[in-house]
Design a protein around this ligand. Structure first.
Ligand SMILES: [Zn+2]
Length: 442
C-alpha cells in the first residue's frame, strides 16, 4: 500500500505538522513522521504531499445524500455520486431511501451498500425507509435492514414526511432495539399542498403557492415531544426556519434526545432568488428569508444544530430544464458543501476549523453510528482525512463537477476553499484536487 508524507499540514486549522500515512492509519505525526527512512525529505514515504498552509480535517461524513441508484441512473449513480463526494472531501455518505425500488428491504440496502463498496470512493451507508414504499402507512423491515450487511442505523422517508403520528411513534419505538435513529423530513403535507416556494412576501408578489414555516415547525414540535414520550432518538433533517431552531433549542434544554441538520444552501441562499424563476433554486424545504438564514447560522454556531447535511439531490436535465412549476425539487451539493460552510461560517468568524470538523464529521458519524469516521486527527486512528486549501477561490462550473447532474444553485458563484486531497483508510481518493482512480497513484 502506498505511503504518504503530508508536510506542514494544519490539523483542525492548528499549528503545522508533518504526518505519515501508512497501512491505512495515521502512522506518525510531528518529527516522528520522517524517522521511518534514510531520506530526510520523504522519511521513506512513497508520495510526499506539500501541505503547507492546508487545513487537515477528519474525512467528512454526510447524513443526507441522494445517490439515485437504483432507478434514476440518468441523474446519478453510486459511482458518480461517491466520486463527487470524495472530491468534496467526504469519506462516508448516507444514501437516502427514495430510490426505485425503494430502499425498504434488506435486499435493496445491501445492493446499494455493495455498489458503494465496489466503487471505492467513500463508504456508503444506505438509509432504510421508515415505511413500505415511502407510503407512510406500514413500517418497512427495519430490523432486517439493521441486521443486513448494510447494518442500517438511520431510517428516513426523506422526500416525504412520516406524517401519521401513530406510524412515527411506532418507528421511534422500534429503532431503539438496534440503536437506530429516525431522520424526519418535517413537512406537514396538508399545509404544503401545491407549494412552490416559501410562503411570504415574495410568494405573494409572484403569485406562487407558499410553503409556510409552520408546516415544518408543527412537525418538528410534534416529533420532539414524541421522541421524549417514547425515549427514543430523533434527527431532524434540513431544518430551515427560525422557529424550528427555537423548538430544537427548547427540546435540547429539556433533555430530549434530538439532533438537527442544516443544508449548505439554507446557510447561504434566500427566497428572493426565486424572482428569476430559475428552477435551480427550487428545493424542498424551500429557500427561506434572510432572518431564517441568520437563525440557522446562529443555531449551527451555538450547537443547537448539530450537523451540516448536503441534501445532494441530483436531477436529470429534463426534470430541471423546464418552467418553475413543473421542475423537480432539489439541488446538488457534495462538491460545494465545504466551501459554502467556509464562506458562511468560517470566513465570518462564527465557526473555527475544529468546529467544522465537529459539524461535518464527528457529529454526523456519531448520529449515524459510523465506525472509523469522525475520529480525532491523531496517531493510530484510521486515515480517513481531508486536506483543504482555505486560501483558494474558484468559480463553480456544474459541467466540470463529477456529479452526473448540473443543478447546482451555486453555478457561476465564486466560493472559497478547495479540497486538495481525500484519504479513505490511507488510500488517496483525491490528490491535487483530482480523483485518483482505484490503484492508480500520481
Ligand atoms: Zn428532505
Amino acid at each position: 500500500m502506498t505511503t504518504y508524507l503530508l508536510t506542514g499540514a494544519r490539523p483542525l486549522g492548528g499549528d503545522p505538522t508533518d504526518m505519515l500515512i501508512a497501512d491505512g492509519v495515521v502512522a506518525a505525526m510531528g518529527a516522528d513522521a520522517r524517522r521511518g527512512g534514510a531520506d530526510a525529505r520523504t522519511g521513506g514515504a512513497d508520495v510526499v504531499v506539500d501541505a503547507a498552509g492546508l487545513v487537515l480535517l477528519p474525512g467528512l461524513v454526510d447524513l443526507h445524500t441522494h445517490l439515485r441508484e437504483p432507478g434514476r441512473e440518468d441523474a446519478e449513480t453510486v459511482e458518480s455520486g461517491t466520486r463527487a463526494a470524495a472530491l468534496g472531501g467526504f469519506t462516508a455518505v448516507h444514501a437516502m431511501a427514495n430510490t426505485t425500488p425503494t430502499q425498504d428491504t434488506a435486499g435493496v440496502v445491501e445492493q446499494v451498500w455493495r455498489l458503494g463498496r465496489d466503487a471505492g470512493w467513500c463508504d456508503v451507508h444506505p438509509v432504510g425507509a421508515v415505511t413500505v414504499g415511502l407510503a407512510g402507512e406500514r413500517l418497512a423491515e427495519l430490523s432486517a435492514m439493521a441486521r443486513s450487511a448494510a447494518a442500517v442505523r438511520v431510517f428516513s422517508d426523506d422526500g416525504k414526511c412520516v406524517h401519521d403520528p401513530v406510524v412515527m411513534r411506532r418507528a421511534l419505538e422500534y429503532v431503539k432495539a438496534f440503536d437506530g435513529v429516525v431522520a424526519q423530513h418535517a413537512q406537514e403535507p396538508r399545509l404544503t399542498e401545491g407549494a412552490q416556494m416559501h410562503e411570504g412576501v415574495i410568494s405573494a408578489e409572484l403569485g406562487l403557492t407558499g410553503w409556510p414555516a409552520v408546516a415544518e415547525e408543527a412537525i418538528v414540535a410534534r416529533d420532539v415531544l414524541l421522541a421524549e414520550h417514547v425515549g427514543s432518538r430523533l434527527h431532524v433533517l434540513h431544518l430551515s426556519t427560525a422557529g424550528s431552531v427555537e423548538i430544537v433549542r427548547w427540546a435540547k434544554a429539556r433533555g430530549i434526545d434530538v439532533t438537527a441538520e442544516v443544508t449548505p444552501h439554507h446557510l447561504m441562499l434566500t427566497d428572493d432568488l426565486v424572482r428569476g424563476y430559475d428552477p435551480r433554486f427550487k428545493v424542498n424545504p424551500p429557500l427561506r428569508t434572510a432572518a431564517d438564514v441568520e437563525a440557522v447560522r446562529e443555531g449551527l454556531a451555538d450547537g443547537t444544530i448539530d450537523t451540516v447535511g448536503t441534501d445532494h439531490a441530483p436531477h436529470a436535465r429534463e426534470d430541471k430544464d423546464c418552467e418553475w412549476g413543473a421542475a423537480a425539487f432539489g439541488m446538488t451539493g457534495l462538491e460545494t458543501a465545504l466551501s459554502v460552510v467556509q464562506a458562511t461560517m468560517v470566513d465570518t468568524g462564527r465557526l473555527t476549523w475544529a468546529d467544522v470538523a465537529r459539524v461535518m464529521s464527528t457529529a454526523p458519524a456519531r448520529i449515524g453510528r459510523v465506525a472509523g469516521h469522525g475520529r480525532p486527527v491523531a496517531v493510530g486512528e484510521p486515515a480517513n482525512l481531508t486536506l483543504v486549501d482555505p486560501a483558494a477561490r474558484r468559480v463553480v462550473v456544474p459541467e466540470e463537477q463529477a456529479t452526473a447532474s448540473v443543478n447546482s444553485p451555486f453555478a457561476g458563484r465564486e466560493l472559497p476553499g478547495r479540497v486538495v486531497a481525500t484519504f479513505l483508510r490511507g488510500r488517496a481518493t483525491v490528490l491535487d484536487g483530482a480523483p485518483v482512480e482505484r490503484g492508480v497513484h500520481v
